[in-house]
Write a protein of this length. Structure first.
Length: 97
């Protein structure tokens, strides 16, 4: 399984908008054929800090996700709300198989 932890820092004044846009992306992403998980996590102490846990069956499925209309719309919408550039941390999912 191909996993990416996407670390996101959102400007405080855009947190609510980010959540709405990310919910739309999440709802479409979990319907992609290769998607295994797409979790959105928010830091309870620092509300502008998020981690997206994206798990796909293969690297090709993860790459295909970045070509979907819902991802492109999300990427373009949230870009001006970022306090720092997004950082993806690629990992290999071992368990569950």
């Amino acid at each position: 399984m191909h996993v990416t932890l996407v670390h996101v820092q959102v400007k405080p004044e855009h947190v609510a908008e980010f959540i709405v846009a990310t919910r739309r992306n999440h709802e479409a992403s979990i319907r992609e054929p290769g998607n295994r998980r797409f979790d959105v996590l928010q830091d309870p102490v620092e509300p502008g800090r998020f981690v997206l846990y994206e798990a796909y069956a293969s690297p090709a499925d993860a790459a295909a996700h970045k070509q979907t209309p819902h991802y492109v719309a999300w990427r373009d919408a949230v870009a001006p709300w970022m306090a720092a550039p997004r950082r993806g941390e690629p990992l290999t999912g071992l368990l569950p198989e």
